[in-house]
Each structure stands twice: as C-alpha cells, then as structure tokens.
Design a protein around this ligand. Structure first.
Ligand SMILES: Cc1cc2nc3c(=O)[nH]c(=O)nc-3n(C[C@H](O)[C@H](O)[C@H](O)COP(=O)(O)OP(=O)(O)OC[C@H]3O[C@@H](n4cnc5c(N)ncnc54)[C@H](O)[C@@H]3O)c2cc1C
Length: 381
C-alpha cells in the first residue's frame, strides 16, 4: 500500500488547513450536550457549510465537495488537529445520510440532505427502547397504517441530544405477525415536535441534559418519510450500523490529535521519574498510529470497490477501549482532582466511558468478531 499522498491530496490538505486556521473559534464552544452549546454548535455547522466543509464527501448538489474517502480522512485529520468543535450533526451526517445514499429515493435525498448539511435540521437516532438495546430486533414501538402514512406509538430511549434536536430516524414494528422478530420492521423519519411526541430529557453522569427518552402517541408520518420498502427496516438498519461502528464515527484524526495533545501535556507537566505513566503516553501514540494504519487499509479496500462488514466490529472495540485508556492517562497526569475539573479532558473522559456501550456494546461486537470473522462456534446467545 502506498502511504504517501498525491500532490492533489496535499493541495486539498493545505486548503482545508488554511480555512480551519482562519475560522475555528478561538475559544472552545460550550458543551454540545447543553442548550447553549447545542445552539453554538449549530451556528458552527452553518459556518462550515457556507464553504462546503460540513460534508466534504457528499455530492456538490447536496452541499458537499464530492471528494473521495482519502480526502475525507485527510480533512478529518486537519479538522481535529485544528482543535475544531465536535460535530453536533454527527447522527445525521454519519448514520442517517449513508443510509439515505444507499436506500432513499432521489426525492427524499433532495428533501433531507441539504438542510442536514447546513445544520438547519439536526437529527437524533431513535432506535433503542427500554427493553431493546443489544437485542434491537425485539423492539416493540409500532407503526400502524393510516391514510397517506403511518401512526407511530411506543417509547424510545437513550436518544443522544434528542432534547434539542429537530427530527429523528428510527425503526418501528409494522407487522406484529411476522414470522421472525427481524421481519416486519420499517425504517422512517419523524419530527420531534410533531403532535403526539413527548421528549423527556435524561441527565447524564456529568449532569448535562441532552439525552432524552421519546414517548410517541399516534404520531403521523407521511409515506414520503419511509426509507426503503415497508417491512425492510432491519436490512436497512444494518447498513447504518456498519457506518456507526466503522470508520465514519471515529476517524483516526481524532485520536491522532488527542494523542498529540497528550504528549504536549506530558511535556508540560509529566514527572520524568514516573516511567510507568510515560509508557502509557507512548502507548497512546502507538495506538493512534495503529488505528490510523488500520483505517488507511480499510480505506484502500473501499477505494478498490470492496465493502466492510463484520470488520467494523474490530474498529468499534478498538476505538472505544483506546479512547478510555487515552483519557485516563491524561487524567492521571493531571492529578487526583482532574475528574472534577470542567476542562478539555474531563468531559471527553466521561464520554469515553460510554464508548463500549453505544453503537452496540463491546460484548456483542466480540460475539460478532468471534462468530463471523473467526468462525468460532456460537457462544452466549
Ligand atoms: C452515550 C450513549 C449514547 C447513546 N445514544 C443513542 C442514540 O442516540 N440512539 C439510540 O437509539 N440509542 C443510543 N444509545 C443506546 C445504546 O445503543 C444502548 O445502550 C446499547 O445498545 C445497549 O443496550 P442496553 O442499554 O439496552 O443494554 P442491554 O442490551 O440490556 O445490555 C446490558 C449488558 O448486557 C450485555 N449483553 C446483552 N446481551 C448480551 C448477549 N447476547 N451476549 C453478551 N452480553 C450481552 C451487554 O453487552 C451489556 O453489557 C446510547 C447509549 C449511550 C451510553
């Protein structure tokens, strides 16, 4: 594999770097898990969008630059290295959009993608239910046929930033008599402010209020907001999970930038006599580089027309464990009260603790790796 970039890619990198240097806010924005921070991050999305940096890999007609995966990864490296804000649009951009590119009609894409690219409409993921997390196919929320559309009823939970988001995408049971739980499900989009929707915020470990549970009482969804064929929701949802666990949600640029910051922290505050901690800093750099190389290998496979299936579970387990180790190293370096500080490391550390849970828990990912990649016998289920 060729690891040097072409002049064209390097020119793109330079353009992105210059733009980010000129536009990234001088002071960090407030947390996007608060109402104030959510609004500030929405404005940042509009700034990105104005010069087509919010969705660089999308076609130009939807607000992107139509660049390939190599340039997208290079943009991510520059984005995180520049200390740019976390992406409040990530559920839409990373999860719903790839699903729409694969399964939606041309009209749906034209209707949904431009306002997602600009941050005008911010999307929440409404998949999990109180009794259906890992065993998602057991979900009970339903959609019942009505004139011109569907009526949604039921309860969703753990919906990130749904307390402030505009719209949501989810899977609903449309055929309760289907032979298997994976059948008879339908994937659709709905408005979080529609009549019949109640959004109840759930406080996080750090008290930030953006998580929410959603109560749905005969919420009308027109046919034009169904993605793909009714009854095909599971198949469509599985194309979303590959994106969530794989490289789009956690591109290596984030970890390279975080490992760099960690090295800077060590240089400023590290105790040279603490060789055990110094080794953990070195491990963080090794991990970031290993993940980078693994991702470039995956990107090369994409570029060659291959797809990534169960391998995305390897990514998921790796980045989620790595994220915790990196942040714990930073906190140990900062001292005993670092967890309590509202600083550049404490909030991402709290969030890293959730990495082995969201996007499918690591126990489930290990089962997928064991069974589908390694061909080992089925275990717990
Ligand atoms: C920060 C965060 C953000 C999230 N954001 C969203 C969101 O935006 N939208 C959304 O829909 N959901 C979201 N979720 C929910 C998340 O997807 C679920 O929490 C996750 O799928 C696990 O489901 P559960 O919580 O019901 O736990 P359970 O499925 O009840 O699992 C509990 C424990 O049992 C283990 N377990 C369960 N079944 C098995 C098995 N067969 N074999 C081995 N171990 C098993 C699990 O691995 C886990 O350790 C979010 C969660 C977090 C923490």
């Amino acid at each position: 594999m060729e690891l040097t970039h072409t002049a064209d890619v390097e020119a793109f990198r330079a353009e992105a770097r210059d733009w980010l240097r000129a536009h990234v806010p001088a002071r960090p924005l407030p947390s996007l898990e608060t109402a104030e921070g959510f609004a500030a991050h929405r404005e940042w999305e509009a700034v990105l969008h104005a010069e087509r940096w919010s969705v660089v890999s999308w076609p130009e007609e939807y607000g992107g630059r139509g660049v390939d995966i190599v340039k997208w990864l290079v943009f991510e490296e520059e984005y995180w290295a520049a200390g740019a804000p976390g992406r409040v649009s990530q559920n839409g951009i990373n999860l719903l959009a790839p699903t729409l590119f694969d399964h939606a009609s041309v009209q749906q894409r034209a209707r949904v993608l431009p306002s997602m690219a600009s941050g005008e409409v911010i999307w929440a993921q409404a998949w999990s239910e109180p009794e259906s997390g890992s065993d998602l196919a057991s979900l009970r929320s339903r959609a019942v046929r009505t004139d011109g559309g569907w009526l949604l009823s039921g309860q969703k939970t753990w919906s990130s930033r749904a307390a402030f988001a505009d719209r949501a995408f989810g899977i609903f049971r449309t055929d309760p008599d289907a032979a298997r739980p994976h059948q008879g499900l339908t994937y659709l989009m709905f408005d979080l402010r529609a009549p019949g929707v109640t959004v109840r915020p759930i406080g996080r470990l750090d008290g930030k209020p953006a998580f929410a549970e959603l109560f749905l009482d005969r919420v009308f969804v027109p046919d034009e907001d169904v993605i793909g064929e009714p009854g095909q929701g599971w198949r469509i949802a599985m194309s979303t999970t590959g994106n969530e666990r794989g490289l789009t949600l956690r591109s290596p640029g984030r970890f390279l930038a975080a490992a760099d910051r960690l090295v800077g922290l060590w240089q400023e505050q590290g105790d040279p006599a603490d060789t055990a901690l110094r080794d953990r800093v070195a491990d963080a750099v090794v991990g970031a580089r290993a993940y980078e190389l693994f991702t470039w290998a995956n990107a090369a496979r994409f570029a060659a027309g291959e797809t990534i299936g169960a391998e995305s579970s390897l990514n998921k387990v790796f980045w989620s464990q790595y994220d915790i180790a990196l942040h714990e190293t930073a906190l140990d370096l900062l001292g005993a009260d670092a967890e309590l500080a509202d600083g550049a490391w404490a909030e991402p550390w709290v969030f890293s603790l959730a990495g082995p849970i969201y996007a499918g828990t690591n126990e489930i990912q290990r089962d997928i790796i064991a069974e589908r990649l390694l061909g080992l016998p089925k275990g717990r289920r």
